[in-house]
Design a protein around this ligand. Structure first.
Ligand SMILES: Cc1ncc(C[n+]2csc(CCOP(=O)(O)OP(=O)(O)O)c2C)c(N)n1
Ligand SMILES: [Mg+2]
Length: 870
């Protein structure tokens, strides 16, 4: 019946009838129908395929040279070193990339930021090889693939903007991060446009290329509904379905393309499958009974991998041979021809048609699922083999076969050296290549930063005067931050550039006050009347809203942070992200995205609110954070701060704005924020330098005592130090200076820099670090107390005269009151007193029995549970 309909009424009408039928089947029975899958054939049938506008022969030759150079680069590097590299990923993706380079990727021009392309990390050799043909890289660069420390520099293994800041835009090699970033980048482009921050001649497309194995990462598929919900038709994903990952098949017992199709269709994406090359069109056309499609669907990916590796006779027997009718279909083909029946992702015409459909599709993001062969063209050296991913070397015989297959003009006498090949500048290939890129606006990838356009007009210092004056009203540093961002949002030069990002915790941090003022960004505006519309702080969504309220996704929020923090480079529009979140769900949860923020040279402020293992009381083990500050500090471009007072916060943020948005430094800030209220003191004179460098004297002890001590306090726990100071003076005759330690990492980094210089210049006058200078003249013992694990203050031990006694919150948190928690972890006032006396006793400056008496007098149980576990 449907055959008849197809003939008489055409494909569209038949499809509608079929859909209706499937709907009715679903209604009648829950598991009837195909769900979200379509048959295992190309989404775009041959008769609806857009014609290929390029010169196929020339494009094939260009592609072959790039293939060769990409392979040669890896083989050459591994002939003398063991630096590694990948041949097979690009080999499977060459057509996928080349069609896009010749026909779709648009370069950056004066009024167009350029398409934003996330290249699959392991395909980097192919991207370098193309840049070599384009004359953007030279032979020396290629020779130094993965040898970045060689004289004259080299090429980084993967896309790293930090290492190649003029070339790579987006880091992708940690699987899953490229995909999630690309979604939020596409959404951020819309956000900028909606807020009138950009004016481009045409909307850039965001292209993300990823592996089928990579789709197993939760970050890859975890946010795809955002893309469809937001109608991101400026986003195209291309999943290279070569059916293999590193160890073996991605879905040996199933079909990854079908699995992904269902997931994406279910999530509301436009899905284009490119499974079969043009030779199959004829076979499919001849197959009137649908048996060929049935056979295609019966086979699992493990079978398809086998057909790649085995000769054509095997495929004839096992694939076609299962049904005698199918055997007849290929009677006219030799085994050699069967072996060469192309997969869709290797057919330039099929890829072109898919890209064109994707580029023109409206209202939804598109994913192209392109079926390819891993290690295509490597033959015995790895084509479709399970070892393919790891293959880095090729012997002479294999090189010759590769040369023959792709017709590379390299002679026998030099082939063993795998020389790079670039056709002469006036060759048709080179002319074609340049003409295509010129027509598309220029080369890609390219990262360009306009230094002047990346700067902002920063507010005058007077704008922050209230923080420096302090206030007797009790407030937390989180409240101080809310006040600070409110002030920043009123500053002419930067107000529009601020991007507050929140993963569903605005109320927790008191930021809901911003909802009404600046609105929550929503591409749809607000289609409903919010339940709290009568209240002052109602939930206000708007098309030009400024807040990115991401919902419960720290990974998505970090992706937004990265998109906003790199806008100075991608759009030439500097934006200032302030991402505020639950401290515990920062680097511990999404640490790889923190690392990536460094690599991609993101700028901005991360606000780790509800910090402190004991300050966030009640919430217990999972929420109480005492170590993220250390983890954040492991990112080389991250400046972690642990401010105690409002003025410290203001000084740090103001200086951060200067460094990032006036001086142009590619760094970002991490600030712990606490939710404990206490009066915010005025800034002591001259404290600014110390706040920024990591340590300054906040409150000297009384001068009339003989015994001297110093207590470094951080964050809210500085209050333990201040109360301890009083008790030590009153009861034990100790004069303790209280210091505020705002950043142990920065103190350590400075000391390490000096130490390194001194080591390498042993006969010169030694450099002295800030901390050494600062503490050189101080007498007595040094104690540190904070709401973090002791490893954090321990970072500066080598430069503290006489060592450092540290008190901190090592171990799991507990649900209880602040007082009990602080006693438990030994960061309360009493424990600080005891710790200081103990440090003095260790140096023989007080008698041990004084410590014992203090333990008793202060009511501390010496046998209490030890929070540390192993
Ligand atoms: C988060 C992460 N885990 C593991 C790896 C190591 N790794 C690199 S490539 C690869 C296999 C990739 O397979 P696929 O995504 O299918 O890409 P293909 O090379 O087949 O195109 C693995 C496991 C990585 N780069 N990132
Ligand atoms: Mg793969």
């Amino acid at each position: 019946m449907f055959e008849l309909a197809l003939e008489n009424q055409g494909p569209e009408r038949t499809a509608q009838m079929l859909e209706k039928l499937v709907e009715r089947l679903h209604a009648a029975s829950h598991d009837a129908g195909r769900g979200f899958n379509t048959p295992y054939v190309n989404t775009i049938p041959a008769d609806r395929q857009a014609p290929f506008p390029g010169d196929r022969d020339i494009e094939r030759r260009i592609k072959s040279y790039i293939r060769w150079n990409a392979m040669a680069m890896v083989v050459k590097a591994n002939s003398t070193t063991n630096v590694g590299g990948h041949i097979s990923t690009y080999a499977s993706a060459a057509t996928i990339y080349e069609v896009a380079f010749n026909h779709f990727f648009r370069g950056r021009t004066e009024h167009f930021p350029g398409d934003m392309v996330y290249f699959q990390g392991h395909a980097a050799p192919g991207i370098y090889a193309r840049a070599y043909l384009e004359g953007r890289l030279n032979e020396k660069h290629l020779q130094h693939f993965r040898q970045e420390l060689a004289e004259g520099g080299g090429l980084s293994s993967y896309p790293h903007p930090y290492l190649m800041p003029d070339f790579w835009q987006f880091p992708t090699v940690s699987m899953g991060l490229g995909p999630i970033l690309s979604i939020y980048q596409a959404r951020f482009n819309r956000y900028l446009q909606a807020r009138g921050m950009t004016k481009w001649a045409d909307e850039p497309k965001v292209w993300a290329f990823l592996g089928d194995g990579e789709s197993d990462e939760p970050e890859t598929l975890g946010s795809i509904t955002l893309a469809s919900r937001e109608n991101l038709d400026n986003l195209v994903w291309v999943i290279n379905c070569n059916l293999q990952r590193l160890d073996g098949p991605v879905r040996g017992n199933g079909k990854i393309i079908q699995e992904l199709e269902a997931a994406f269709r279910g999530a509301g994406w436009n899905v284009i499958k490119v499974i079969w090359g043009w030779e199959w069109d004829e076979l499919l056309a001849k197959d009137k009974t649908g048996l060929l499609v049935r056979r295609m669907e019966e086979c699992v990916d493990g079978d398809y991998q086998k057909y790649t590796v085995e000769p054509g006779s095997y495929t004839r027997k096992h694939f076609f041979g299962k049904y005698p009718e199918l055997l007849k279909l290929v009677n006219h083909l030799t085994d050699g021809q069967i072996q060469k029946l192309l997969r869709g992702g290797h057919d330039a015409r099929k890829m072109y048609a898919a890209y064109k459909a994707a580029a023109e599709h409206k209202g939804q993001p598109t994913v192209i699922l392109a079926k390819t062969v891993k290690g295509y063209g490597l033959g015995e050296a790895g084509e479709g083999r399970n070892i393919s991913h790891q293959q880095k070397k090729m012997n002479e015989k294999e090189l010759r076969e590769f040369r023959e297959r792709f017709k590379i003009p390299v002679s026998d006498d030099v082939i063993a050296e795998t020389p790079f090949f670039r056709p002469p500048p006036d060759s048709p290939e080179m002319k074609y290549l340049f003409e295509r890129r010129k027509a598309l606006g220029g080369f890609l990838p390219e990262r360009k930063v306009n230094a002047a356009a990346s700067k902002l007009e920063l507010p005058p210092r007077e704008a922050f005067a209230e923080f420096l004056k302090g206030s007797t009203m009790a407030a937390s540093t989180t409240m101080a931050f809310v006040r600070l961002i409110t002030i920043l949002l009123r500053q002419k030069g930067i107000s529009k550039n601020i991007v507050p990002i929140i993963p569903d915790e605005a109320r927790t941090f008191g930021l809901d006050a911003l909802f009404k003022d600046i609105g929550i960004y929503s591409s749809k505006g607000q289609l409903y009347e919010p339940v709290d519309s009568k209240s002052l702080l109602y939930y206000h969504e708007a098309k030009d809203g400024q807040i990115l309220e991401e919902g419960i996704t720290e990974a998505g929020s970090m992706a937004s942070f990265v998109a906003a923090g790199t806008s100075y480079a991608t759009h030439g529009v500097p934006m200032i992200p302030f991402y505020i979140y639950y401290s515990m769900f920062g680097p511990q949860r999404v640490g790889d995205l923190f690392w990536l923020a460094g690599d991609i040279r993101a700028k901005g402020f991360l606000l780790a609110a509800t910090a402190g293992r004991t300050s966030l009381n009640g919430e217990g083990l999972q929420h109480q954070d005492g170590h993220s500050l250390l983890l954040a500090g492991t990112v080389p471009t991250c400046l972690p701060y642990d401010p105690a007072f409002g003025y410290e916060l203001a000084v740090i943020v103001v200086d951060g704005l200067r460094r990032m948005y006036a001086e142009g430094e590619d760094i970002f800030y991490y600030l712990s924020l606490y939710n404990e209220n206490y009066p915010m003191p005025p800034m002591p004179a001259g404290a600014e330098e110390g706040i920024l460098k990591g340590l300054y004297k906040f409150k000297p002890g009384s001068g009339d005592k003989k015994i001297k001590a110093h207590i470094f306090g951080s964050g809210t726990i500085i209050n333990s130090a201040l109360k301890a100071q009083e008790i030590l003076a009153e009861r034990y005759g100790v004069s303790a200076d209280v210091w505020s330690a705002t950043s142990y990492k920065l103190l350590r980094s400075d000391a390490l820099r000096c130490q390194r210089w001194n080591m390498l210049h042993p006969t010169s006058a030694p450099m002295k670090s800030y901390i050494e200078e600062l503490l050189a003249k101080e007498q007595g013992v040094f104690v540190a107390v904070s709401d973090n694990i002791r490893t954090i203050p321990d970072q500066i031990v080598p430069w503290v005269p006489g060592g450092l006694m540290t008190l901190g919150t090592d171990g799991f948190g507990r649900s209880d009151t602040r007082e009990r928690l602080r006693r438990f972890f030994q960061v309360d006032t009493e424990s600080t007193v005891i710790g200081t006396l103990y440090a003095l006793a260790e140096k023989g400056l007080v008698e041990r029995k004084v410590v014992a008496k203090a333990i008793k007098d202060l009511g501390v149980d010496p046998e209490k549970v030890q929070p540390q576990i192993v």
